[in-house]
Design a protein around this ligand. Sequence first.
Ligand code: GLV
Ligand code: MN
Ligand code: MN
Length: 444
Amino acid sequence: MTDPAAPSQGRRSEDGSSDFATARRNQPAVETSRIGVDAGRIQAQLAHLATFTDAPPPAVTRVLWTPTDGAGRAYVSSLLEEVGLELRTDEIGTIYARWSGLDPSLPPVATGSHVDAIPNAGLYDGCVGVVGAIEAVRALRHAGFVPTRSIEIIVFASEEPTRFGVGCLGSRLMSGAMSPDQARALRDGEGHGVEEARRQAGWSGPLESVRLPEGTYYAFLELHIEQGPVLERLGLPIGLVTAIAAPATVRAVITGEGGHAGGLLMPDRHDALTASAELILCVEAGARGTGSIDTVGTVGQVSVFPGAVNGVPSEVRLSIDVRDVDGTRRDGVLRQIGDDAAGIASRRGVRIDLEVVTTDLPETMHPDLRNVLEASAADAGLATHPLPSRAYHDALFMPRICPTAMVFVPCRGGVSHRPDEFTAPEEVANGVRVLAHALARLSE
Ligand code: GLV
Ligand code: MN
Ligand code: MN
């Protein structure tokens, strides 16, 4: 699904296509004292957004194109309209909200994130980058700032892989990392395709129209919680992302022989679940085996058929997620898992089919744009720390169409994808201050 030959923005920046020289100059575009970010309002909006959930609060579950996802995005649209932005929605539900600049011929500066949430999530992942962007625009307007370049907030559809097994569906299609035909081939857990599901949610125009050409934006910035413990441990308020780790997703189907839990004798068994248990341990061992803290491996979904107390499992389907900041090392782990699976299958007399769903490359954040963020943090009087993102984001795919960088704020205990995910209101507000300064510097 990934085109390894596609230019990374790290390479692109080396040819000097953009160094954001004006945006990096010493003086802030707007005096910090005039940027009034309201931490309480952001918190209240995040809390309200969290009421749109299919899980019992405080857990948040908002899966792509469900009525709850639609209601959450309708609330976000109302906030975008409240700050005077012009909205359009593409054919998969990504929202674009524009503050028109003085020179509409210039490519806009974009920022944003997502509001879909995995099952049993918290209220910060993605939402901070959306609600925070709205507050940044509100603060800049209130400060009397008038952008020359337009500023656009993007609320990506489907950053999470919950429904179709592929993360960042919106930004993959937008950037050309995935073709419309590849998207059409995806199926959700109930066998519904992307076309059918998006039509049911109200979008029926051509999927092809989601694609945006390179150069559509001058720059893209994403504000996000760190989803790791580094900033909190260092006691630092702002992270500047250096690179995003390379994620890979593999689906495994383990087929054995079912039978009666009482009658099928142990020497005769080809139990799909016990074979899967071995495979899961191999995923863990493969990730640990690199010896690097940067390699991680997870099996987060397992479905067992027929799922009876007294039935030997005949089929198991599971997901394998392996990531690393080093794509080559990640691929080594994937190969190891493949070899291990073959060994388990032959030893246990089961069949193991592995389907690689995605293998993405790591992506470097644009160094000059990072420098703009560094200057913006200095505007706000905030210290920064460079760090990789081990989670993926739409910022993994946006570099295909424009220079991209990310700002992190700390999150308590590094906890994310859990209902107790937490970032203090003032810490979120710090990220919004940096974002507001950066948007001003880039759009001035
Ligand atoms: C995004 O949520 C990820 O899985 O990194
Ligand atoms: Mn997430
Ligand atoms: Mn996220």
